[in-house]
Structures are given as C-alpha cells and as structure tokens.
Design a protein around this ligand. Structure first.
Ligand SMILES: [Zn+2]
Length: 195
C-alpha cells in the first residue's frame, strides 16, 4: 500500500515550489503525476498551481468539498500531488486516503497547518488524523530568525484576528511568524487574543 503524506508549513515556506519540483522529477522520468487543487483557491487563476517564485503548472483536477473523485483519472499514475490541501474537505481527504491504499499510489498533500487565528483547517485536521507521514516544510519568521509556526495576518500594515479563515482577497497580507512575534505583533496592534 502506498502512503498518504502531509507536508505542512506556514505561508511563504515554498510548499508549492516543493510540490512542483516533485512533479518535475516524476515527469522527467517519463512517469505520470496528477496535480490536484481545491476549487476555491483561485488566487492565481482557477486552473493553475503557481509558486510565489513564478513557476506554475496546470492543475489536472479541481475538487470541491463534496466532489466524488473519479478513480479512472489515475490509471497509470505514479503519484498524486495536492496543493493547498488545507482547503480540502474531510470527505475529500478520506477519498485520497482510500485511493493511496486501494490503487497503491502515493498521495502527497501540501498545505497550511492552521489559519491566522492558529486554528486547524478542516483538511489539515483530517490529514493529521490519517497521514502515514507528517513532515514540516520549514521557514524563518519574518520578524526574527526563529522558525515560523504561525501565519500572521496584516490588514493595512497591522496585525488582525478579524475576518473569515478562508480569505483570498487582495487587502490582507500574511507573514510567517514564530509564536513570540505573532503575540508581539497582535499586542502592538492592540488586538485581544483568546489564548
Ligand atoms: Zn519571530
């Protein structure tokens, strides 16, 4: 049976670049891969998986929360790669888990661990529950040199805890932050934190 992988990291940790590199390696060996993304993420165009460094590949499949994934799409496929997996529903993650076992195809999911309020996303929670392998894609805090573990949201240059956890507009900006800087940024903005 093939494994289900969850490779999680903060914003700007090069998760998508990592995904595209894995896809390139398989394809350069003449192997088939399928690139999947949740349908709600249309920041860079609906049908493209694009890294912040500018590299992109077309998404082969887009999934909605209630999608039933057609297994015929995976005939002869060596690896399934999922971008922005935090936005997948638990039901979609369950299907990917079953596919890795039943079709013996590794499924590698890349995504955020938690939202800007430090709460798990639905897809991330299910991946922590079900993945064979959980790996951290590391990056440095934008404000110091410690490892980032949170996604700090700024609007108008100030930290905020307001707004929906899934927001793909242009006004807000997200930074990778260690927990100390995450707390400090909210304190400087006068934001009350629950924790
Ligand atoms: Zn820091």
């Amino acid at each position: 049976m093939a494994k289900l992988y969850f490779r999680h990291g903060t914003v700007s940790s090069a998760k998508t670049l990592n995904l595209l590199a894995v896809a390139h390696n398989y394809r350069s060996q003449g192997k088939l891969v399928v690139l999947i993304k949740p349908a709600l993420d249309d920041r860079f165009g609906a049908d493209v998986i694009r890294s912040r460094v500018g590299i992109e590949q077309p998404a082969d499949m887009k999934v909605l929360a209630d999608s039933h994934i057609d297994r015929k799409e995976f005939d002869g496929v060596s690896c399934i790669l999922v971008d922005e997996a935090q936005f997948c529903s638990a039901a979609v993650i369950d299907q990917l888990r079953a596919i890795s076992v039943d079709l013996n195809i590794p499924v590698i999911c890349y995504g955020l661990r938690a939202d800007f309020r430090t709460n798990l996303f639905e897809g991330s929670q299910r991946l922590f529950e079900l993945a064979d392998s959980i790996e951290e894609v590391k990056t440095t805090c934008a404000f110091c040199n410690r490892k980032a573990i949170t996604n700090l949201k700024h609007v108008g240059g100030r930290a905020t805890l307001a707004g929906p956890s899934v927001e793909l507009g242009a006004e807000e900006k997200y930074f990778p932050a260690c927990y100390a800087c995450y707390k400090e940024q909210h304190a400087m903005a006068g934001v009350q934190q629950a924790a």
